[in-house]
Design a protein around this ligand. Structure first.
Ligand SMILES: C[S@@+](CC[C@H](N)C(=O)[O-])C[C@H]1O[C@@H](n2cnc3c(N)ncnc32)[C@H](O)[C@@H]1O
Length: 196
């Protein structure tokens, strides 16, 4: 059963791309994502497709999965994106379907972190990679964002770099690298799944 939730993002969806910038960190992500690839890219918690729209031409296809219908509706502004409604804790995809997974500023919003990590790993193809960007909670501006999200009852949970590393490094066949200086104010995690 999908988990019931309150969609905070429905209120910010119409202005989201204007406030956070179309494309976001996309120029810095093509290399970590090892693009181009003929395989499919899945942007999990991809919202409006703000970031993934930069990659649809460099992949076999870009899919955005998100729980917020209002955010997903706006993916229609971009060519080549395929929206899918779903929760990361129960992804509506076959195992090994995606060569690349992208998660930008969404992990701290997920409902169940261990389940989410297992599901991300399940849908990733052997030889594929996950690139995850999370605000770095050790930085003061991010601590203020975390406080604001707490006051807004957004149930966010921010993890430190070493905690994210431990979660992904425990997965079978995972090779994980974490950096806190690749993208401003962010933790960048790259997790590669060993080819058979
Ligand atoms: C801060 S927004 C980031 C959107 C996009 N990644 C970007 O950078 O523009 C977080 C997104 O995660 C989605 N989200 C939160 N919890 C989720 C879950 N359990 N499964 C799928 N998406 C989720 C929200 O609906 C929202 O669109």
């Amino acid at each position: 059963m999908p988990r019931p939730f309150f969609d905070h993002f429905r209120f910010v969806a119409p202005v989201y791309d204007h406030v956070f910038g179309a494309g976001g960190s996309a120029p810095d992500l093509a290399e970590p994502l090892a693009l181009p690839t003929p395989g499919y890219l899945l942007d999990v918690g991809g919202g409006t497709g703000r970031v993934a729209q930069a990659f649809s031409a460099q992949t076999g296809g870009a899919v955005i999965v998100d729980v917020s219908l209002e955010m997903l509706r706006l993916t229609g502004r971009h060519d080549g994106l395929r929206p899918a409604v779903g929760q990361v804790e129960r992804l509506p995809f076959a195992s090994g379907q995606f060569d690349r997974l992208l998660i930008v500023d969404a992990f701290h919003h997920f409902f169940e972190y261990d389940t989410a990590v297992r599901e991300l790993w399940r849908v990733l193809a052997p030889g594929g990679r996950i690139v995850l960007l999370e605000p770095d909670i050790t930085r003061w501006p991010v601590k203020l964002i975390a406080l604001a999200e707490t006051l807004l009852l957004m149930r966010s949970h921010f993890f430190r770099a070493e905690q994210l590393h431990a979660m992904f490094a425990a997965l079978p066949g995972a090779h994980v690298e974490v950096s806190t200086d690749a993208i401003e104010m962010h933790i960048q995690l790259i997790a590669e799944k060993a080819a058979p």
